[in-house]
Each structure stands twice: as structure tokens, then as C-alpha cells.
Design a protein around this ligand. Structure first.
Ligand code: F6P
Length: 358
């Protein structure tokens, strides 16, 4: 009998259910008897002993279903060693639940913070396998996380829709795209949607360069321009500030988000009409795209294979189109950023896309 715990942690994304289905299909094919315990709302379920014993039927028909059948929550890694409001030792509580259920392995579907906690639990002696989830694609050690391509599809759709209205009215449009501190979704959706200017956190912009790029478009006879702006985009000026000052400045900004500030600056520069569109959480919603269905099914199968081989403490990853695994400790605490030197950035520049840095 194999007893496997599973949880989905952090911000949700489209292929969480598809991934769990992949794990479970792999397990049912590998062992005569399997018990799957699903912890509700991420690590919270493991801490407070909220779980469901799941049956094969629970995983049926969920390949295309967005969200997570287990629910999710954010349990910041930096607070894991701090007791909860009632003085509960969270790490001990999670270990106790694992032991009480006599689990052979805990499978964690999560992004950066969640995989740091997975590594902590692994270091504490639990058998843990991590699966790389996040629309942001910022998990170090994998070429691709599941959820990313689905989010790119949605953000691209948003830019596509904006194109026709921008062209009709001759306006400047800013589409603000999710991604937290990294620019992967913005970069991919920006290129896929034919954005003229792409602003991402890893390449700080100068508003003068952004305005010059708009002028160039006007001189070419273009009546409209589209900017794909990452929610974490940052100006050179702000990027040069010490971390504390930068944080305070961003927190006290009069704008709801960076796109609105850039819109005001463009209006002040050339009086052009500017509109802002924020697709927001739609980027995490709906059905996973076919790419993600394949990727997450492969990831799930790999997790089952690792459990079969009793190879624990691993994060399933995609490397050069091969699904493989690396130690959780190798990835924990590192973010995968876009680099200005990446060939995709160079390709984009060749296409005439401005990053507002030069
Ligand atoms: O990490 C995924 C993500 O969607 C980020 O792109 C975004 O910054 C964040 O989560 C939003 O978090 P929340 O759902 O807690 O508002």
C-alpha cells in the first residue's frame, strides 16, 4: 500500500488539476494499492489536518478544468518558522499530520515560496516531490512551469482584442500583464500580440525612451501603439534607489499600478490619448491550453515515476524538452529572471520592439 499526500499551494493556475490527474494515473498504474490524501487549501490543510481521502473518480474529467479541486492558499515561507495566532508550531504540525497518516510521500504543486517550504519539509526528513507550478514561469531550474503558456494565451488574446480598437481610434494602449517580479508572460505575450513596446522588470525603462519610441511610430505613419507592460515594470530612476526607498516609493504611489503612471507620463509628453487595460486574474483562469495539458500530464507521470523509484527530495522540471528532476535544494530560494542577453530579447529588438531602455 502506498499512501500519498498531495497539495496545491500559492496562487492557482490553469493546469493544477491536470497535473494531479497525471500523478494519480501514474500511481494507479504503478502500484496495486494506493491511497491519495488531498490536503485542502495548500499547506494550511497539512498544518491543521484538513484533508480528504480521494478516490479515482475525483480525478476523472479534470484534465481541462481550471483552478484546483483541493483549493489553495498562500502560506509565506518566511512565516513558516513563526508560530500561528494560537501558538502552533507550523512545521511540527505539518510533520505530525504526515506521520499520523503514515504517508510515503507528499507531492507539492507550487511555485517559488511553496517549493522552498517543500525543501524545508524534505530537510526535516519527509519524503517530498515538487511540481513546478506558476503562470509567472520564474521557478529556477525548469525551462517551463505549467500554467505559463495558458497565461500567455490569455494575455495575448487581450492584446489581440486591443489591436482593433487601438487602430480604429488611433490611441496608445497599455496592457498590463501579470508576472510578479519577472517579465516572462509580458515578453511572450508582447511578441505574440505584436506589441510595439515591452516593459519588464529585468530591463528598467526610461520614460523618455518610451516616448521616443512612440514618436518613431508616429513618424512612420502609425496611428496607434501598443505597450505590453509587466505589473513589475520599473523605471531606471526607481531601480537605482536603495531597496527600502524603492519599496516605500512604490507602496506610496498615487497610481493603482505602474501602467497608469506610464499612461499619465505619455499624456504629459505628447498629449496622446492613452488607455490602460489590466486583464488581471483572468490570466490565471479558465481551462489549460493544450501545451499545458501535455506538460502537466508529463510532469505528473514523472512524479509517479520518482515515487516508484523512491527518489525523493526532487523537483520535477523541463530541461531541453525532456522531463527530468533536480534536487529541491538546488532550486529553493532562486528566481528565474529574463536576461537582457537572452536571445528572445535580442530577437525582439531585431523586430523593432522597444524595451524603453535605449
Ligand atoms: O504568482 C502568480 C501571480 O498571479 C502573479 O503573477 C501575481 O503578481 C500574483 O500571483 C497575484 O497574487 P494574488 O492572487 O494573491 O493577488
Amino acid at each position: 500500500m502506498k499512501r500519498i499526500g498531495m497539495l496545491t499551494s500559492g496562487g492557482d493556475c490553469q493546469a493544477l488539476n491536470a497535473t494531479m490527474r497525471g500523478v494519480v494515473k501514474g500511481l494507479y498504474g504503478s502500484f496495486k494499492e494506493v491511497e491519495i490524501y488531498g490536503f485542502l487549501e495548500g499547506y494550511k490543510g497539512l498544518m491543521y489536518g484538513n484533508y480528504k481521502l480521494l478516490k479515482a473518480e475525483d480525478f476523472s474529467g479534470i484534465l481541462t478544468k481550471g483552478g484546483t479541486i483541493l483549493g489553495s492558499s498562500r502560506q509565506p515561507f518566511k512565516l513558516m518558522r513563526e508560530p500561528d495566532a494560537n501558538g502552533l508550531d507550523k512545521v511540527k504540525a505539518m510533520k505530525d499530520t504526515y506521520k499520523k497518516l503514515k504517508l510515503d510521500c507528499l507531492v507539492v504543486l507550487g511555485g517559488n515560496g511553496s517549493q522552498k517550504t517543500a525543501n524545508l519539509l524534505s530537510e526535516e526528513g519527509l519524503n517530498v516531490i515538487g511540481l513546478p507550478k506558476t503562470i509567472d514561469n520564474d521557478l529556477w531550474g525548469t525551462d517551463m512551469t505549467f500554467g505559463f503558456q495558458s497565461a500567455v494565451d490569455i494575455a495575448t488574446d487581450a492584446i489581440d482584442c486591443i489591436h482593433t480598437t487601438a487602430a480604429s481610434h488611433g490611441r496608445v494602449f497599455i496592457v498590463e500583464i501579470m508576472g510578479h517580479k519577472v517579465g516572462w508572460i509580458t515578453l511572450y505575450a508582447g511578441i505574440a500580440g505584436g506589441a510595439d513596446i515591452i516593459l519588464i522588470p529585468e530591463i528598467p525603462y526610461d520614460i523618455k525612451n518610451v516616448c521616443k519610441a512612440l514618436d518613431r511610430r508616429t513618424k512612420q505613419g502609425k496611428r496607434f501603439s501598443i505597450l505590453a507592460v509587466a505589473e513589475g515594470a520599473i523605471s531606471k530612476e526607481v531601480a537605482s534607489l536603495p531597496k527600502k526607498e524603492r519599496k516605500a516609493l512604490l507602496e506610496n504611489s498615487k497610481y493603482p499600478s505602474v501602467a497608469y503612471e506610464i499612461a499619465d507620463q505619455i499624456k504629459a509628453y505628447n498629449g496622446q490619448e492613452v488607455r490602460v487595460t489590466v486583464p488581471g486574474h483572468t490570466q490565471r483562469g479558465g481551462s489549460p491550453c493544450p501545451y499545458d495539458r501535455v506538460l502537466s500530464s508529463r510532469f505528473g507521470a514523472k512524479a509517479a515515476e520518482l515515487i516508484k523509484k523512491e527518489k525523493y527530495g526532487e523537483l520535477v522540471v523541463l530541461k531541453n524538452n525532456e522531463v527530468t528532476s533536480i534536487p529541491l535544494s538546488e532550486s529553493a530560494g532562486k528566481l528565474k529572471y529574463v536576461s537582457a542577453k537572452d536571445s528572445i530579447v535580442q530577437n525582439a529588438r531585431m523586430l523593432g520592439i522597444s524595451f524603453g531602455d535605449e
